[in-house]
Design a protein around this ligand. Structure first.
Ligand code: PHE
Length: 340
């Protein structure tokens, strides 16, 4: 009987049932009406009285071991089934946190899309440029004071300096050098100027510049293109006015104002009481610029224009501090979620 008890203890120890069914089977085999342990208790009646104490203890130990082992196995099988519920496929999924587009991207695409409808292609070029494409080919002679208009970040200042482009007019030069005529392109991109950062100026900003070169392109075509753009961007009742200006690469040159879309010309703090908002520079491409890129200026003429994307975004949403566009403060960016 002693050996039988020991053998059963070892067996109980090593039991490893994996399901409720197996556990129940083991319980019946050990503790059921005809189970091994139950049988031992029956045998116990025949044990000699002087041995009863020793065997009684052993038998009770064996029964407790069997009961607690079965209990423990039941708990662990239940745990497994409850952790399986973590994979409940009927549960609603965790939603992805979606980002939203940056306001500068939203406006860039809006501008580009308008010009695409007018038949303009998109051209892009490098942000790290050489002096030729940013200045020289655009009629900024060396030492010309106009170079100071665009405080430049130089990377190397040898004879042909390497620098961060100060405008995307450099992309227009690259286009004139290699594209067949006529050319009709818009050039969106990031530009860099060595300026102190404030609410109204930043050393990084974005532009969309445009260029159209063909035979018989006139200033009237330029005005018409800009008016059509402005009406698409700011509404059918928007109007423009042109003020004479100066750029080395265009002659004549002008600044374009659009009628204030907030007060509709009455005067407010956004347009500083004037009813007009400055939005871009433009002009007829200087013949020197055409010739520098190998285009016959007697046969071809063209116009160019350029605007700051942040400036247009500022007017669209009345964001007064330019720095908001670069700090990536989520509270600011989330304001544009619905503009996707
Ligand atoms: N390149 C000018 C600037 O960055 C903008 C411009 C483009 C003006 C084309 C006239 C014609 O300020």
């Amino acid at each position: 009987m002693k050996e039988k008890i020991e053998a059963l203890l070892a067996e109980i120890e090593s039991l490893a049932c994996k399901s409720e069914g197996e556990i129940e089977e083991a319980r019946v085999r050990l503790l059921g009406k005809k189970g091994e342990i139950t049988k031992l208790f029956e045998e116990f009646r025949t044990v000699a009285p002087e041995m009863k104490r020793e065997f009684g203890q052993k038998l009770n130990q064996l029964k407790t071991a069997a009961v607690s082992k079965i209990e423990a196995m039941r708990n662990s099988v239940q745990d497994n089934t409850s952790s399986a519920s973590a994979f409940d496929l009927t549960k609603p999924g965790d939603p992805f946190l979606l980002g939203s587009r940056h306001p500068v991207s939203i406006v860039r695409e809006e501008i580009v899309e308008i010009f695409r409808k007018f038949g303009y292609d998109v051209a892009e070029g490098p942000e790290i440029e050489d002096d030729w494409h940013v200045f020289e080919a655009l009629n900024f002679p060396p030492e010309h004071p106009a170079r100071d208009m665009q405080d430049t970040f130089f990377i190397s200042s040898s004879a042909n300096s390497i620098l961060l482009r100060t405008h995307t007019s450099s992309v227009q030069v690259r286009a004139m050098e290699k594209l067949p005529l006529p050319i009709r392109i818009v050039c969106p991109g990031r530009v860099f100027r060595n300026e102190a950062i404030s609410a109204r100026a930043h050393c990084i900003f974005h532009q969309v510049e445009g260029l159209y070169i063909d035979e018989n392109v006139t200033f009237a075509d330029l005005k018409q293109a800009i008016l059509l753009f402005v009406r698409e961007m700011f509404g059918a009742d928007a109007s423009i006015r042109l003020r004479p200006s100066y750029f080395p690469f265009t002659e004549p040159s002008a600044e374009v104002d659009v009628s204030c879309n907030i007060c509709h010309g009455k005067g407010c703090n956004i347009c500083k009481g004037t009813g007009w908002l400055e939005i871009m520079g433009c002009g007829m491409v200087d013949p020197n610029v055409l010739e520098a890129s190998g285009i016959d200026s007697k046969k071809y003429s063209g116009f160019a224009f350029g605007m700051g994307i942040e400036r247009i975004a500022m007017l669209k949403w009345q964001v007064k501090d330019l720095r908001n566009y670069f700090e990536n403060d989520l509270r600011f960016l989330r304001e544009f979620e619905t503009s996707l």
